[in-house]
Design a protein around this ligand. Structure first.
Ligand code: NDP
Ligand code: MG
Length: 382
């Protein structure tokens, strides 16, 4: 039996991971971590009997301790607790599905402890890929992608030589506002942006998908995961999310991974790699589908993608600023303090104001994150 530590267990990816674990029956959950959803954590603790559980705040921990006093499970808090969950000796694999840069330190700790990483938390690779990937190599651990596009690329690469890749074709749905002009995007409300046409996901990534910022983060994520230069990565809009991504090789062959949009497939593939096993769910019906259509992304009305390419090409701390500015802006948009178009504008303003530091260590990354928040907060107030 293999053991899994699951960070972000109460979220969209976290709960789907537990569905996979429940259906497969041969993984033991040894640690769970979440932010503040103690009601769901309590249920998860009762069902999966982990050895250790982490919640972010002491208040949430106090509440959880009362709720689960009969279980005698150890409960820890904060970054220290999250790191402890990431390096728990029993775990063979750590699936990191927390949202945001809070994922960096536990991922590094888990790699150092020799754990394989199933990575959903893309912000970690975007901002610290230059640290994570060499460290994983040095420690002999695998970084297994959970993001559906990256899992698709990873699946297409099986049995092929990495140096024979000529292009990565990263597919995008284009989000709920595909085809609209900037003028028409001005008054978009939170409720509109939270409706993704194909995928049901956490709030932050759903907004990111609507602005194309998610695709920008994925371009940078792909660059680190597959060790390819940015100019070999192309984004292709494919509105129905049937093709999860493609790889073109130097002989002109294109491999693609297709399927109904279901995150349980990439989650299960990461947990059982290189094995495939049965997964319940809908199958593609090509005659009913009839066609799969493609478009180029729209750089004018959805500038998030171009800004990501700029951040990725410049490197250093600029991807941190791109990511942190987006996190700040999405949170403000969700709390209705800024408008929809202000998201991309905030990212651009923060990037323009930033002086890039090369090859940042984790402290420098987290410092750039805080400076970005402070810059935007001040600009917002004045
Ligand atoms: P959700 O918002 O649904 O879930 C986030 C999880 O992280 C929750 O369990 C939350 O706990 C937990 N969390 C938040 N803050 C902390 C913290 N400080 N310490 C510990 N746990 C914390 O997000 P998603 O599941 O949608 O996304 C997770 C990650 O996976 C993101 O990086 C996203 O970009 C990526 N991803 C998601 C996909 C999807 O389909 N959802 C697809 C591809 C990638 P709580 O609920 O208790 O606050
Ligand atoms: Mg994705």
């Amino acid at each position: 039996m293999r053991h899994i530590s699951l960070l972000g267990s109460t979220g969209s990816i976290g709960t789907q991971t537990l569905e996979v674990v429940r259906a497969c029956g041969d993984y033991k959950v040894c640690a769970l971590a979440a932010g503040s959803n103690v009601a769901l954590l309590e249920q998860q603790m009762r069902e999966f009997s982990p050895k250790l559980v982490c919640v972010w705040t002491p208040e949430a921990a106090a509440d959880l301790k009362v709720r689960t006093a009969d279980l005698g499970i150890r409960i820890v808090t904060g970054m220290e607790g999250l790191m402890e969950a990431a390096i728990i000796p029993e775990a063979d694999i750590v699936l990191t599905a927390v949202v945001g840069m809070v994922g960096i330190r536990p991922t590094i700790a888990a790699i150092r402890a020799g754990k394989d990483i199933a990575l959903a938390n893309k912000e970690t690779l975007v901002t610290a890929g230059h640290i994570i990937m060499p460290l994983a190599k040095e420690c002999g651990v695998r970084i297994l992608p959970v993001d559906s596009e990256h899992s698709a690329i990873f699946q297409c690469l099986q049995g092929n030589e990495r140096n024979s890749v000529s292009r990565i074709l990263l597919t995008a749905s284009g989000g709920p506002f595909r085809g609209r002009k900037r003028e028409e995007l001005k008054n978009i409300q939170v409720e509109d942006a939270l409706k993704h046409p194909n995928w049901s996901m956490g709030r932050k990534i759903t907004i990111d998908s609507s602005t194309m910022v998610n695709k920008g983060l994925e371009v940078m994520e792909a660059r680190w995961l597959f060790d390819v230069p940015l100019d070999k990565i192309e984004v292709l809009v494919q509105p129905k999310s049937i093709i999860h991504s493609m790889v073109e090789f130097e002989d002109g062959a294109v491999m693609a991974q297709l399927g109904t949009p279901d995150m349980k497939l990439p989650i299960q593939y990461a947990l059982y790699y290189p094995r495939r096993r049965f997964l319940a769910g809908d199958r593609l019906d090509f005659t009913a589908l009839k066609e799969i259509t493609f478009e180029a992304p729209d750089p004018v009305n959805f500038p998030g993608l171009a800004l990501a390419f700029r951040a990725g090409r410049t490197g250093g701390t600029l991807p941190v600023v791109f990511n942190a500015a987006n996190e700040w802006a999405v949170a403000k948009f969700l709390s209705r303090e800024i408008g929809y178009l202000d998201i991309a504008d905030s990212i651009e303003a923060a990037m323009n104001a930033h002086t890039v530091k090369e090859d940042p260590d984790v402290d420098t990354i987290l410092q750039a994150e805080q400076e970005t928040y402070a810059f935007l907060e001040q600009a917002h107030r004045s």
